[in-house]
Design a protein around this ligand. Structure first.
Ligand SMILES: NC(=O)c1ccc[n+]([C@@H]2O[C@H](COP(=O)([O-])OP(=O)(O)OC[C@H]3O[C@@H](n4cnc5c(N)ncnc54)[C@H](OP(=O)(O)O)[C@@H]3O)[C@@H](O)[C@H]2O)c1
Length: 253
């Protein structure tokens, strides 16, 4: 029996869960790709490869060399460059592409969200909202906040960030899931006045939003970059598995 060869572009918990499910399926051979940004990544089961492909040409060549039948882009909603490259490479060589993207967070009535389109815009808004900031936008892009010397930052990342970073800060290393209780405690202990986050979606890091809501704190929410148009997109691992099964049965979804 010829197994369906699937490449998943990962770096998310959904990608790990998807790879685990595909790995259990004897009709599928799955390979997971990681960018290699995190020092100790949570590796999915099965075969993995780590590091960039070298742009669209590199990815297209890799898909051909590895005889990939199906490509699933399960990267983080803010990994825009990789998603665009996946779309271009898949179109070029005619490999079906699926995007697996977790739902966005939506504001509840009691939320005080300020939605912006970039980290730069978030930084511009901050001085009007508070002087003690909980910055949870990840390791990349902290340079946008480095000039805000009049503000104090609690910066939480998985791995230590590279400079430039804000001068007045405390660095907290941590990876979700976090509980609402612990997030609330943290915000109270550090006398946080405003929270900054990307709209990553998902349960693992949503507790900070509930904690900010209960404390009445404003949240600067960075909107997602626009994904490439025309790509079939699902929001759950189960739906992605159905898509794979649909191709295998000759009835693509
Ligand atoms: N951006 C975030 O906020 C965020 C948050 C959590 C996790 N992540 C994960 O971290 C990784 C990097 O994110 P990013 O925002 O830096 O991506 P990005 O800006 O979209 O991609 C930059 C380059 O990194 C390489 N790359 C990205 N994802 C890859 C993957 N899964 N496998 C192999 N190469 C990959 C590609 O290099 P080449 O051009 O050389 O192929 C890509 O052009 C992604 O896997 C993403 O899922 C990102």
């Amino acid at each position: 029996m010829t197994r369906t060869r699937v490449l998943t572009l990962g770096g998310t918990s959904e990608a790990r869960l998807l790879a685990a499910a595909l790995e259990r399926d004897s009709t599928v051979a799955v390979i997971s790709s990681l960018a290699g940004r995190v020092a100790e990544p949570r590796l999915p089961p099965g075969r993995t490869r780590v590091g960039g492909f070298g742009g669209v040409d590199g990815l297209a060549g890799w898909l051909v060399d590895e005889q990939i039948d199906l490509l699933i882009d399960a990267t983080h909603p803010f990994a825009a460059t990789m998603s665009i490259a996946a779309d271009s490479a898949a179109r070029r060589i005619g490999v079906p592409l699926l995007r697996l993207s977790r739902p966005e967070w939506r504001a509840a009535p009691a939320d005080r969200w300020h939605q912006v389109d970039s980290l730069r815009e978030a930084a511009q808004l901050l001085p009007d909202l508070g002087s003690r900031v909980f910055l949870t936008t990840g390791r990349q892009g902290l340079a946008e906040f480095a000039h805000l010397d009049e503000l104090w930052f609690l910066v939480r990342t998985i791995d230590p960030p590279a400079p430039p970073v804000p001068r007045a800060k405390e660095l907290l290393l941590g990876r979700g899931p976090f509980s609402e209780h612990s997030e609330r405690d943290l915000m109270l202990r550090y006398e946080i006045e405003v929270v900054v986050t990307k709209n990553s979606g998902g349960d693992a890091t949503a507790a900070k939003l509930a904690a900010a809501r209960s404390l009445g704190l404003p949240v600067v929410m960075v909107r997602r970059p626009r994904p490439p148009g025309g790509v079939t997109t699902v929001e759950s691992v189960d739906a992605a598995l159905e898509w794979v099964a649909g191709y295998q049965s000759g009835r693509p979804g």
